[in-house]
Design a protein around this ligand. Structure first.
Ligand code: DX5
Ligand code: ZN
Length: 226
């Protein structure tokens, strides 16, 4: 069997916000596939990060798809603004959506790719009735809110379960994982079925630099072994 194609999505949460454009350029030159932007509102999660103006600024400095992860309450109130700012993928937390189906329809009508994230305590069945409307499923492998947290190993069977659900449904939605991903965990998540790997600290805090860090994650991910 040929090795799976794995996409790497560096999370700028761990980059230097005073020089974001440089960080994104470095990630792009290193072969990153997406730029992952963590939006936190201080309500859904304890932390506060960035909003649409920063997405718009990033849009001007990279051609890579912007993978925008909304860790906010009432995401339906802000989808249009993020789409206009230039997000390519908008991922909402399933737990933050009172009407998930409606949110997904809004995302489609805004012309962005529709993603849904599941917190560690949320079972895959939460998305079973909307599989046909999903372009991306994000399995959180830490509790959202902060970069640099340790990977939660009990998420591995959940990744496999979501992989199975998507395959059974004939869905081409991407299966993304986020939290504690690096060279030590990349092979296991890919073996479980993940195909997009978000990594923040392992890329932007790597002593060896961004490019070697991206390459290290890609090589273990595609080899399927550490
Ligand atoms: C966590 C965020 C992640 C975070 C991952 O709430 O959604 O995208 O940046 O950071 P690392 O890779 O450092 O665990
Ligand atoms: Zn994220």
């Amino acid at each position: 069997m040929s090795p799976p194609t794995v996409r790497i999505a560096p999370s700028i949460l761990s980059a230097d916000y005073a020089r974001l454009a440089d960080a994104v350029a470095e990630a792009e030159a290193a072969g990153a596939d997406y730029i992952h932007v963590d939006v936190m509102d201080g309500r859904y999660v304890p932390n506060i990060t960035v909003g649409p103006p920063v997405v718009a600024a990033l849009r001007r400095v990279t051609r890579l798809p912007l993978d925008v992860h909304l860790m906010i309450v009432e995401p339906e109130r802000h989808l249009e603004q993020f789409a206009e700012a230039g997000a390519d993928i908008l991922t909402v937390q399933v737990e933050a959506c009172r009407h998930l189906h409606r949110v997904l329809q809004s995302l489609h009508s805004l012309g962005v790719r529709a993603g849904v994230a599941l917190n560690p305590a949320t079972p895959p069945v939460a998305i079973s009735q909307v599989l046909g409307d999903l372009d991306l499923v994000l399995v959180m492998t830490v509790n959202p809110g902060f970069g640099g947290q340790p990977f939660i190993p009990t998420m591995l069977p959940k990744i496999a379960e979501v992989r199975h659900m998507l395959d059974e449904a004939g869905s081409l939605a991407e299966l993304e994982v986020d939290g504690g991903i690096g060279p030590q965990t990349a092979a296991q998540v890919v073996r479980a079925g993940a195909r997009v790997l978000v990594a923040g600290a392992a890329i932007f805090e790597a002593a060896e630099g961004v490019a070697p860090a991206v390459q290290a994650i890609r090589s273990v991910a595609e080899a399927g072994s550490p």
